[in-house]
Design a protein around this ligand. Structure first.
Ligand SMILES: [Fe+2]
Ligand SMILES: [Fe+2]
Length: 346
């Protein structure tokens, strides 16, 4: 309860509205994730006492029923008293999960602040090495569920892969800028990544909602790190050339995967121009904000949709998503695997 009280005073959940890239209000809108600017290091969303559930900003309509729909249906058909007590208990669990996540993220940030206060590119290299890991972990667990026939949702696998592809390009950019020059930095980043992968696999299997919130914390920190760097070094960055890997990634031919990870945008609506290093960092920062929004949306079970799901090409995937098995976390998956007959789904 102490953690709940502490975190409630530090964080507030708001809907996160996507500003256009390069917008001067971008940073301001992002910081609306918190009510107090000076204290918290992590600006991820936090459930408040007067909220029923983490709010989700959706600019694309969802074909899949959300927690709120399911909750409403259960309230209408079942015992409202037991639903209300289970809802209070769930709110308490969410707050505990989020408090643990924020404590863990802040602890890691303190260590990174100490080690990398004067070496920006090395810090970014470490961050980007770590940043891809949760997407690998989500995909590993989802593939396991898929193999067992417990869960099949094409959109989740597609979007998480596109997110890891985006983070890999951030990493390649940092490597081209020399962030991986020191053996110690590579050793530290890669060993944190192994630990983080194992932790995320377990967390995601037990509570997908908690794992997605943890990732939101990490992405939120990445956004702030780049935003601060751009504000401090902006003029110098404008005089430096963009790494080739960045030009190819952001302006290359096929941008399907670039659009795929930006789940609150319609494909083809964000096409960066890359003329110098400043443009590169602005776009990396904007990517981090897109990851943050996606991780927030994922905290409502079944909410995630590929931005390409409405296109004619992906009709098959959309149909698959609506027809196939669904479960939330390994306990729910095991329970449903015992009580349901897969033949009925066909
Ligand atoms: Fe990144
Ligand atoms: Fe990121």
């Amino acid at each position: 309860m102490a953690a709940t009280t502490l975190s409630s005073s530090l964080f507030a959940t708001t809907t996160f509205k996507a500003p256009p890239p390069h917008s001067s209000s971008f940073s301001h809108n992002f910081n609306l994730c918190t009510t107090r600017q000076s204290l918290p290091r992590v600006r991820a969303t936090m459930l408040q006492d007067n909220e029923e559930k983490v709010k989700v900003k959706e600019s694309l309509p969802s074909k899949i029923s959300t927690f709120d729909d399911a909750g409403k249906a259960s309230m209408e058909s079942g015992d409202s008293t037991s639903s209300s007590s289970s809802s209070s208990f769930e709110k308490f669990v969410i707050k505990v999960e989020q408090s643990v996540n924020i404590f863990l993220t802040d602890s890691v940030i303190k260590i990174l602040d100490t080690l990398y206060h004067d070496r920006d590119y090395a810090r970014f290299f470490v961050l980007e090495t770590i940043a891809r890991v949760p997407y690998f972990a989500f995909m590993s667990v989802l593939h396991m569920y898929e193999s067992f026939g417990w869960w099949r949702r094409a959109d989740y696998l597609k979007v998480h892969f596109a997110e890891s592809w985006n983070e890999m390009h951030h990493l390649l950019i940092m490597e081209e800028l020399g962030g991986n020059a020191w053996w110690f930095d590579r050793f530290l980043a890669q060993h944190i990544a192994i630990f983080y992968y194992i932790m995320t696999v377990f967390m995601y299997a037990i509570s997908p909602r908690m794992a997605y919130h943890f990732s939101e914390c990490v992405e939120s920190h990445a956004f702030e790190t780049y935003d601060k760097f751009i504000k401090a070094q902006g003029e110098d960055l404008k005089k430096l050339p963009a790494p080739e890997v960045a030009v190819n990634y952001y302006t290359g031919g096929d941008l399907y995967l670039f659009d795929e990870f930006q789940t609150s945008r319609i494909p083809n609506t964000r096409r960066p121009k890359i003329e110098n290093l400043y443009d590169v960092f602005v776009n990396i920062r904007d990517d981090e904000a897109e990851h943050c929004k996606t991780m927030k949306a994922c905290q409502t079970h079944g909410n995630l949709r590929s931005p390409h799901s409405d296109s004619a090409d992906d009709d098959g995937d959309a149909a698959l998503s609506n027809l196939e098995a669904d479960c939330e976390g390994i306990v729910d998956c095991l329970k449903k695997s015992v009580t349901s007959n897969p033949a009925k789904l066909k």
